[in-house]
Design a protein around this ligand. Structure first.
Ligand code: SF4
Length: 243
């Protein structure tokens, strides 16, 4: 396995936007074309994809994995631990930097963040929470965030990510317990269905408790004007780490 440990940010972006294209939440696009005399601009296939906002507009998102390392060995997945592909992992600060720089240049309206599982589900979810927390509170990012929950992560961490994201979802690649046993032996239905139910009921609870009326704005966005968007679950590092 090749670890791109000392890769530049551009190299990490190439690896981790390419790895994210298999996540079928939306459609990746892009071409690679060098700049040329007499022409304006160049093109780089670096993970811009499209999704639809609550009002039906098509919006551009930076679609990346936090890491394509994974401790699991799902047979259908390019990121499975036994697959010999170049590996890379962002830091939370690198994801913030890329998102802000793409956003400021008007390349994107938001971020789509998914991940392989590094060390443990909770450790990975903590890194994602840290990234979303810093994007919202340090960099004051007001754009759209779609975040994938990591199967098996603790409910406190999924809830915290949901506080900062506009949309949360979980991948359900195989519908039956038997299929999971055969093709994703490290996963069970409970790991996938629990966060799915949590996201569904959490959305309803938040809407009721915070008086949110429709749309797909995050709880953070909804409360930031009133009481600063302070996360009721505390800081990311204050969340119990079970990994
Ligand atoms: S846990 Fe996710 S990233 Fe890891 S091998 Fe399975 S499908 Fe791929």
């Amino acid at each position: 396995m090749i670890f791109a440990e000392h890769a530049s940010l551009e190299e990490k972006l190439r690896i981790l936007s390419d790895a994210a294209k298999y996540d079928v939440a939306c459609t990746s696009s892009g071409v690679s074309r060098q700049g040329k005399d007499g022409y304006i601009g160049n093109s780089s296939a670096a993970g811009i994809c499209h999704s639809f906002s609550a009002d039906g507009r098509c919006i551009s998102l930076l679609k990346i994995l936090f890491t394509n390392e994974c401790i699991y060995n799902c047979k259908y997945c390019i990121n499975r631990v036994t697959n010999d592909v170049p590996r890379a992992t962002f830091t939370p600060e690198e994801v913030c930097q890329l998102t802000m720089e793409f956003y400021r240049r008007n390349y994107i309206e938001g971020l789509f963040l998914s991940s392989g599982i590094i060390q443990s589900a909770d450790h990975t979810m903590e890194l994602i929470c840290q990234t979303l927390h810093d994007l919202r509170t340090v960099h004051r990012f007001h754009g759209y965030i779609h975040c994938k929950a990591i199967p098996g992560a603790s409910p406190e961490l999924v809830e915290m990510a949901g506080w900062y994201a506009d949309r949360m979802s979980v991948n359900m690649e195989l519908p039956t317990a038997d299929g999971l046993r055969q093709l994703a032996p490290n996963k069970d239905r409970r790991q996938i269905l629990t966060p799915m139910r949590q996201i569904q009921s959490g959305m309803e609870e938040s809407r009721e408790a915070l008086g949110m009326k429709g749309g797909n704005r995050s709880a953070y966005w909804h409360t930031s004007a009133g009481w600063g968007g302070a996360c009721p679950m505390g800081s990311v590092r204050g969340v119990r780490h079970r990994g």
